[in-house]
Ligand binder design. Sequence first.
Ligand SMILES: [Fe+2]
Length: 494
Amino acid sequence: MKKTLLRAVSVILVLSLVFCTSAVSFAADEESKDSAPFRISVTVNGDAKTERGFCWYTDSQTDSLVVIDGVDAKNISYEDVFEWEGNFCHKAKVTGLEPGMEYSYTVGSESVRSLQGTFTTDDGDSSFGFIAIADVQASSAENFEKGADTLRAALAAMPGAGFAVNCGDFTNDSTNEEWDLYAEAFDELNLSYTLAPVSGNHDGLGVWHWFDNMFNLDTSESVQVLNGVNYSFDYGNAHIAVLNTNDLFSVSLAQLKWLENDMNSTDKDWKIIAMHKSPYTLGKDGKWPDALYLQQSLTAVADRCGVDLILSGHDHQYLRTKPLKANKLSDDGTTYVLLGTAGTKRYEVRKFLVNSFINTEYIAALNIQKGGYGNYWNGKDFESTREENIGGCFNTVNIDGGKLTFNSYILSDEMTDENGERIITNTDSFTLTKETGKNKATFTGDNTTSEAEYYLGIIPSFAALAGYAFGIWLPKFLWIVPRILDSVINDDTF
Ligand SMILES: [Fe+2]
């Protein structure tokens, strides 16, 4: 009897143990299956009228599923899920969309879905707008939130924006922790528009492939993807090329060749480039050879191809040039805009660059925010202040046939209006006009760069950069050393 009782107790204990263990393991499975998608983005990827790229992460390995209302599942293709820095990267691409349609979607796995997002395809019409921001470059939750506030204000200011260009430096150190903070601040916002991301020098700092692994872009023509991606797309009557200025410190000869072919392959009315580093800047990075090299190498291509507008970041101030060609004022030249920072890190003017690395007569507009003041170029000096101009900078570009209207804004950090809304100041505005239907495509070949071509071109690319650095940059730099020393001693800036 005792034995039977003991057996019964043992069976109950074993059964309890099995039940508890399976319950725990079921809970653990459930927990891993609950891995919600994060770092979600919808990006331009191929034809902006009919295609989009999706990228998101999960913290455990799950299946990938994108559901787009009204779109057949067979139009969506998936890449293999892979582990990246402890999380799992998912990429998908949709084709066969209808032009000019708003779509609702969710991403995730069969069991765990994201919140609903939306994007709108290009209708091909020559009337559209887009947003341009740069350099959130945050590392704290607070500063990512401020960057997100800037983008939120931009999306509110231009509700029908076709897409938003982010000219790079999404994070400061490109660590897992920072990309998580980025996701916490931006994910919900990123569900509401199409992104055209640009790689900044901080996007992959130390660990290559961060940028490539954060977004699903058309890399078929990119000269490499280690530390950024170059690609291009059409939107309305514009052709937009996105450069990777981390390519051999700025742009390799292979990328310049790609850019020239790319710009010559379009007959769109407007030719626009988005990139991270700036050829024309009065910020702290304007004194280095890569910026000056871009003044020679990139601008030469822009001149030859008739590029209308070049958007850039990197130097955390707003600077617009008058139209320039061959580094001189020219009515049919290219307008260069350093977009200002959407974040909180701001650079003052390096006055030692004035009339050495950039002539003041080239500057059409300048907005500097640093040390509690908002300095701007008033045509004579940098000292005038507008105190409301402290905050995140965002920009809008409207294209209507042969007219392009650009506006730059600052979302004040602290100043609010009578309704408690943060004040938005329109700090610069300009228009470009042109006759439409004039551009002809003169390049029709294959514009991919083979690996062999790229690697064989590394030495000539470095030689071009080094030749320029020692032949042009160094004498200029040595010439301004006394002014640099003066700046370091008196203004504490370098
Ligand atoms: Fe940068």
